[in-house]
Structure formats: C-alpha cells, structure tokens
Design a protein around this ligand. Structure first.
Ligand SMILES: NC(=O)c1ccc[n+]([C@@H]2O[C@H](COP(=O)([O-])OP(=O)(O)OC[C@H]3O[C@@H](n4cnc5c(N)ncnc54)[C@H](O)[C@@H]3O)[C@@H](O)[C@H]2O)c1
Length: 448
C-alpha cells in the first residue's frame, strides 16, 4: 500500500489543478456517490469508502443502487480509476478525504453524530502530514472544531496536529456543506456555489483549491462554524416557509380559497417573495432533521429556537391533517376510513426519487392501517416496504389497475410517471395532497 508523499501547500494545490490529487470520499450514499462521480468525471482518481460491504461490492462490479445513477456512470468512473473499499487503510494513499456520512436524530430527537465520530476515529490512524480532510455531513455549528479535530489529533498514529497556520505541519481540516437537491436537474451540480470554512487559512486555501477545480464558484467563509451554520440557515429557511404555507393552506381551505392559485399569483412579484408549496408533510434526510441539530445546540447557549419548534409542530401534524381530509372525502360518500379500500399513490418523500427516508407517506400508511382501512400503495420505486427507524410496514407494491375498486385514491407523491387524468377518470374519490391534478376539473377530487 503506497502512502501519498507529504505535499506542501503549493504542490497540493497544483495537484488539484492538474487532477493528479487522489480523492477519497467516505460514505457512498445519496451525497457521496454523486460527488465521487463528479470528481471522477473531472479527471480525478477517486476511491469511495463505505462500511456497507454490499455497496462496495455493487460499485466494484459496475452496478448502481441509486435509481438516478446509471451503471454506465459507475463503469465510466471505473475507467478513470474509481473503486470502492471498506478498508480505511487506503486513506493513507489519498491527498484529500471528504466525509459524507449520515447525521440523523436519535430516538430522543437529538443529534446522532456517531457516524461522523466513528468515521473520524477509523480514518485518524492512517492520516499523514499534509492531507486535507473535509466534513460535508450536515451538522450543528461547532462539530468540526469540537468533535472532528480532537479525534483526528488523538487518534493519529504519527501524533500529528491539525495545522492552523502556514508555518504548521499537520493535517488540514475544513467543513463544506453539501447543497445537492436530489431529483432537481435544473441546476448543474458544478454550478451550485460551494461554501467552505477552514480550520485556519491554509486549510481554507486547500479546500477552496480542491472544490475550485470542480465547482464554478467557491464561497470562502471565516470558519467551519460559519459554513456549518450556513447550511442550517438554508434548511431552516425551507422548513419554516414550508410550515407557513402548510398552515395557510389549511386556512385557505376553510375560506374556500385555492392556496395554489394564491402562490402562483404571489410569485409573479419580482422581489421579496419566494414560492414554497404545501404538501402532506416533510420528508427526506435533511429538512425534517437538520433544524433540530441547531435547536439542540442552542440549548447549550440557554436559547430556544421557537421558529424551528413551531415549524416542526406544523409540519409533523400534516400527515394527520391528510387523514382528516381522507375521512372528510369518504364521509361525502357515506363511508368511514375503517373498512374502506384505500390506495396511496407515491411513497418517496418527493417526486421521481427512490428515497423513502422520513417520508410522510409512511405515517399516512400506518395511520390508515391502524384506523382499520384496507390500505395498499403504488410506487414504481419501491417493490416492497418493510421496517425502518420510525415505521413498521410489511407491504408490497400494488399494480395500478382497476382503480374503481378503491373507495379512495390518495396522491401523496406526485411522480411524473403517473397519468393523473386517467387516475381521476378511473377512481371514485381522489385525495390530492400535491396539486398533482391541477387543471383537471372533476367533483371526484378533494385537493388538500
Ligand atoms: N441526501 C440529500 O439530499 C442530502 C443533501 C444535502 C446534505 N445531506 C447530508 O449529507 C450527509 C449524508 O447524507 P446521505 O443522504 O448521502 O446519506 P446516506 O445514508 O445515503 O449515505 C451515507 C453512507 O455512509 C455510509 N457510512 C455510514 N457510516 C460510515 C462509516 N463509519 N464509514 C464509512 N461509511 C459509512 C453508509 O453505509 C451510507 O452508504 C448527511 O449529513 C445529510 O444530512 C444530504
């Protein structure tokens, strides 16, 4: 196993420019794998690290486990030297290592940083002087300095410290938030500006050089904490605004006003307004979770983040609101949820992706089942749904035929593969939580 020779600041910067630098990416998930392909596509030799042996095996055999990543993309990367490994000893061969491991909440709704600390503890023994380590996982301000730096220093076999100035030798450490929006191809990945905060000016310069070789614009900030907080501000902004439209949707329904028509009109204002859309609740690994990293950290400063708590309250109540609307819709047909045959359309937390994490559809399925409905689902991305951290379902995908057999069809995720006109025509009652049936006129539709 050949160790990368210690690089001086200039020589490492040069290696980023010439694409000779070897890049290690830890965590081959929804963030890490696309990032690996991005670096590989730009001519870097990339090694993907993951503890999940089956992912390593799948990637090394040129296959993919993420729907929007094609096997051909993995194979093309392999031709440029991409490979995956579960062996952290290979970290010694890298010039830069980017960490993209999960940052979930634990059962008490507190930050679970065990993936980050576990990764850093595994990496630390193999690191050598002059390497760059960047954390990309979303987390509260202070994580890089308080959790990453001490573990890198105490776990390093060579006793290296984190370099703080141009005169220091050691490991360079930075934080750079991931801003990917899965399923959104309107902005090319390299056009999304990359925010970077370093533990000292040299780390900042190196991380900026690395990302500058891929991304068109790098936004340097004064510290890792500023970069960590930037990501949380972005996600809290979304979470709070989604809660706002979810609440106003409920008011609009009572007032007989179509919230979507209101949003469409409001977004014609060329300044001071950004459109957010209501739905059945929040999903995904980011928006329902990240804000609570900050509210947890805020308590250390004797501070209560009321907007975050309120937005969380409104957003988590949305699946229950959907259940009420299903009950209302069925009531119009003199039926109850108990005993009714209900089909849930779309499980993913948003359209056209194969990600089920924190999806409101899971709560909706469980609530319907617990209330005695004969519930089934259709989602082209999930042949089965089993158990997860917060749900226990044992269901199989139902084909989309004979929709007239259902008392209600509930659109939870508006995948573009669905033919909504046909769905409305064939169904007896459609509960539309996404405005997917926009423009279709039918008294069978209950939009909520
Ligand atoms: N998914 C998104 O859209 C998105 C967007 C922006 C930011 N983020 C953030 O990026 C981070 C990663 O999210 P993700 O969606 O890619 O998660 P993911 O669960 O899809 O992938 C994480 C990967 O890390 C691996 N892993 C876990 N512990 C490991 C360890 N000790 N060593 C090596 N590999 C390990 C897992 O096996 C998995 O393959 C999170 O902090 C998330 O908040 C995610």
């Amino acid at each position: 196993m050949s160790k990368a020779a210690p690089a001086t600041l200039d020589s490492l910067k040069q290696k980023f420019q010439t694409r000779e630098a070897r890049i290690g990416i830890v965590g081959m998930g929804y963030v890490g794998l696309p990032l690996a392909l991005l670096f590989s596509g730009e001519g870097f030799r990339v090694t993907g690290f993951d503890i999940a042996e089956e992912k390593v095996e799948t990637l090394n055999s040129g296959r993919s486990y993420i729907v929007r990543i094609l096997p051909e993309q993995i194979q093309a990367a392999q031709k440029s030297g991409f490979c995956a490994t579960a062996n952290y000893a290979h970290a010694a061969e890298m010039d830069a290592i980017i960490v993209c491991v999960p940052t979930p909440l634990n059962e008490y709704h507190e930050p679970d940083l065990s993936y980050v600390t576990g990764t850093i503890e595994s990496l630390a023994p193999f690191l050598h002087e002059g390497q760059l380590v960047v954390l990309e996982s979303t987390t509260y301000p202070g994580t890089t300095e308080e959790l990453v730096v001490p573990r890198l220093e105490s776990g390093n076999r060579q006793g290296l410290k984190v370099a703080r100035s141009a005169d220091d030798s050691g490991i360079h450490v930075a934080f750079s938030p991931e801003r990917e929006d899965p399923g959104n191809d309107t902005v090319a990945r390299h056009d999304i500006p990359k925010v970077v905060g370093g533990c000292g000016p040299v780390a900042l310069e190196l991380a900026s050089a690395m990302y500058g070789s891929i991304f068109r614009r790098v936004i340097p900030v004064s510290s890792p904490s500023v970069a960590e907080m930037t990501k949380l501000l972005e996600n809290i902004y979304r979470c709070v605004n989604i809660a706002l439209v979810n609440e106003l949707k409920q008011l609009c329904m009572r007032m007989g006003i179509d919230i979507h028509e209101v949003i469409d009109a409001a977004k014609t204002k060329p300044f001071g307004f950004q459109a957010f859309y209501p739905g059945p609740g929040l999903g995904g690994h980011c928006i329902p979770i990240d804000p609570f990293y900050l509210s947890w950290k805020a308590k250390q400063f004797d501070f209560h983040t009321r907007f975050i708590e309120l937005a969380g309250e409104v957003n988590t109540a949305m699946p229950y609101f959907v259940i009420d609307q299903i009950a209302n819709g069925l009531n119009e047909h003199a039926k109850a949820i108990k005993g009714s045959k209900i089909l849930v359309l779309g499980l993913a937390y948003k359209r056209d992706i194969d990600d089920l994490r924190e999806s409101p559809s899971l709560t909706i399925l469980e609530l319907l089942r617990d209330k005695g409905a004969k519930v089934s689902y259709n989602d082209p991305y999930f042949p089965t749904v089993g158990r997860g951290r917060h749900y226990d379902l044992n269901m199989t995908n139902t084909p989309l035929d004979d929709l007239s057999q259902y008392d209600a069809v509930v659109i939870v995720t508006d995948h573009t593969t669905y033919d909504y006109k046909q769905i409305v025509e064939q169904s007896r009652l459609v509960i539309d939580t996404r405005n997917a049936t926009k423009g279709i006129i039918s008294d069978k539709i209950l939009r909520c």
